[in-house]
Write a protein that binds this ligand. Structure first.
Ligand code: CDP
Length: 211
């Protein structure tokens, strides 16, 4: 049985950084589940469909196979795909189409890794409720928006803090209030608040909880 670590949290909380470092340290496979929803969003835009169209979005999601996906596609990392992802992620049939492949990744991590780290919004609550370790990474929204604006500027995207903050509030609200799999800490998750915590300190804290 593989060891499963669930890392959930809102945008730019530091969950991806923490999850990647835990996977590298422990030699586990890593899956950024947000990229699955982003990929549905990117494809919806490519075929010029409406992100609100659940049937088309679910058809796209049903075609996915993790080993064949190009997670390096820069289109998956921009703010537009994040927003469209949050819209398609509200559709029950899209989420249902993506449950199986996430659970399979956790159960049988690629490369025969002894464990898997999955990051997202509903890993500890819905996808892997029996995960061995669960973290919920959070931070004040102003700090998260500042991080995301910096990240975008470093990629050459001229982002204005006030717009990033506004968009992030909207996406947070959508993620926390949707009917299916809303963003929330699992009852048995360890909450890590990175508002005043460096990436190194968050990693050290998580490792100490694992040991
Ligand atoms: O990188 P960032 O935290 O901004 O976003 P992401 O993790 O790539 O997720 C993009 C969107 O996909 C989120 O706002 C959620 O609406 C959705 N998502 C989800 O519903 N469930 C997941 N397990 C992961 C992402």
């Amino acid at each position: 049985m593989s060891i499963v670590i669930a890392v959930d949290g809102p945008a730019a909380s530091g969950k991806g950084t923490l999850a990647r470092r835990l996977a590298a340290e422990l030699g586990y496979a890593y899956l950024d589940t947000g990229l699955l929803y982003r990929a549905v969003g990117v494809e919806i835009l490519r075929v010029a469909a409406d992100p609100a169209d659940e049937a088309i979005a679910a058809d796209i999601a049903r075609e996915f196979c993790i080993s064949e996906m190009n997670f390096a596609d820069p289109a998956l990392r921009n703010e537009t795909s994040g927003h469209v992802a949050a819209v398609v992620a509200t559709h029950a049939n899209v989420r249902a189409a993506l449950v199986g492949l996430q659970r399979e990744f956790a159960r049988n991590p690629p490369g025969s890794a002894p464990g898997a780290v999955l990051d997202g919004r509903d890993i500890g609550t819905i996808i892997c409720p029996g995960a061995d370790y669960k973290f919920f990474v959070d931070a004040a929204i102003e700090v998260r928006a500042g991080r995301r604006a910096k990240e975008l500027r470093e990629k050459g995207d001229p982002s204005i803090y006030s717009r990033v903050l506004h968009d992030m509030k909207e996406r947070d609200l959508r993620d926390r209030t949707r009917k299916i799999a809303p963003l929330a800490p699992a009852a048995d998750a360890s909450v890590i608040d990175t508002t005043n915590l460096s990436a190194d300190a968050a990693f050290a804290l998580a490792m100490s909880l694992i040991k």
